[in-house]
Write a protein that binds this ligand. Structure first.
Ligand code: WQD
Length: 340
């Protein structure tokens, strides 16, 4: 059993990772400023996991606070989720993204080094591959950035590479493809503020009646049904990958891994799958392409299988069913006993 610090641990992927770590018998300390999460999620995380995490409210940019966290808790490893992550927003607010994403990692590393904590899992993204084309993307694919968000993630990866060459950092870089879904309990899930940028949360709001219809961004791509294709990975699978990653670091095994299923589904396939979960056909309208979108991207997941023994097991229907249960539970104020 270890004590793991989750920065941004009350967020979408962080909350599911807390549950997976608790189920694996680890202690968890969460640092979160709740800028993009609801404090009420902590109690629900505790209900799912059977015990609540230790929560420190604050920013990963607050080096003095970080120093106190490391002084008051015997932290064995860190999983760093705290960051800004909306591509479109990053184009409008690049300096905020540089400060929070790059400055935040630097601050965290300074505090961790001062405390002698050298094991760090970094939350990265498949966006660093740019447009890899219609092939399963290996970790050796060229990296590039087409927006400030991707620039910050690529820069952080390179900072970690260079730091590990000079000091005893043991780093796990996880490049997520498209995380979607929710915990099967219906108690935690994706709860984006404002209008969702991403497909699944937008479709979920159409299904629950909070939005009138989905706009499909283009159906003239070189794909079977003309709509964009992505490697959607269930957030519960992704959380399991984080447990395997931090446990590999505790064992001294650094890594850089794609976390995906190795399969791609189209926008229309996801809309149909969500309709099956919600029990009705969901309304959509095809509009023009979104700037910056690529036709298809999906992972070669073989290195994660080889190095962590990790494989995603949950399929698109499970992702949609769990997301739909979460939407209904939220709409009921979490009073549904069995939100099937
Ligand atoms: C998926 C598909 C759209 C919305 C982004 C970031 C990536 C990561 C995940 C942070 C595409 C189509 C979408 C809509 C649509 N985020 N779509 N209508 O763009 O693959 O990845 O989110 O780490 O870094 O780049 O995900 O869900 O936005 O889009 O038709 O209202 O759905 O064109 O084909 P994306 P997405």
């Amino acid at each position: 059993m270890a004590c793991i610090l989750l920065t941004g641990g009350a967020g979408y992927i962080g909350s599911h990772t807390f549950v997976a770590l608790a189920e694996a018998g680890h202690d968890v300390v969460i640092l979160d400023d709740f800028s993009n999460s609801d404090p009420g999620v902590v109690a629900r995380m505790g209900r799912v996991a059977g015990r609540e995490p230790t929560v420190v409210r604050g920013s990963v940019l607050d080096e003095a606070l970080l120093g106190r966290v490391f002084a008051e808790h015997r932290i064995d490893g860190i999983i760093h989720f705290a960051a800004l992550k909306a591509v479109g927003e990053s184009v409008e607010r690049p300096l905020d993204y540089f400060s929070t994403n790059i400055g935040g990692l630097m601050t965290l590393m300074r505090a961790a080094r001062a405390a002698g904590v050298w094991r760090l899992v970094f939350s990265s993204t498949a966006t660093v591959y740019g447009d890899p084309g219609d092939r399963a993307v290996p970790e050796t694919a060229p990296r590039s950035h087409t927006n400030p968000y991707a620039f910050t993630k690529l820069t952080c990866e390179q900072m970690l590479e260079q730091a590990a060459a000079a000091e005893p950092w043991c780093v796990g870089v996880l490049r997520y493809f498209n995380p979607v879904g929710a915990h099967p309990s219906g108690l935690i899930g994706e709860d984006p503020r404002g209008l969702p940028n991403n497909l699944m949360p937008y479709v979920a709001k159409v299904a629950i009646g909070a939005l009138p219809e989905l706009q499909v961004f283009g159906d003239d791509y070189a794909t079977p049904d003309g709509t964009g294709m992505r490697d959607y990975v269930h957030v519960v699978d992704l959380a399991r990958a984080h447990v395997a990653s931090v446990e590999a670091l505790l064992d001294g095994r650094a890594h850089t891994l794609n976390i995906g299923t190795g399969r791609a589904n189209s926008v229309l396939e996801l809309v149909e799958a969500y309709g099956r979960a919600a029990g009705r056909a969901l309304p959509y309208r095809v509009v023009g392409r979104r700037a910056g979108d690529v036709a298809i991207t999906y992972a070669d997941p073989s290195r994660a299988r080889a190095e962590l023994g990790f494989e995603a097991t949950l399929d698109l229907d499970a992702m949609c069913r769990d997301s739909w249960r979460w939407m209904r539970a939220q709409a009921s104020g979490f009073r549904l006993n069995d939100p099937e």
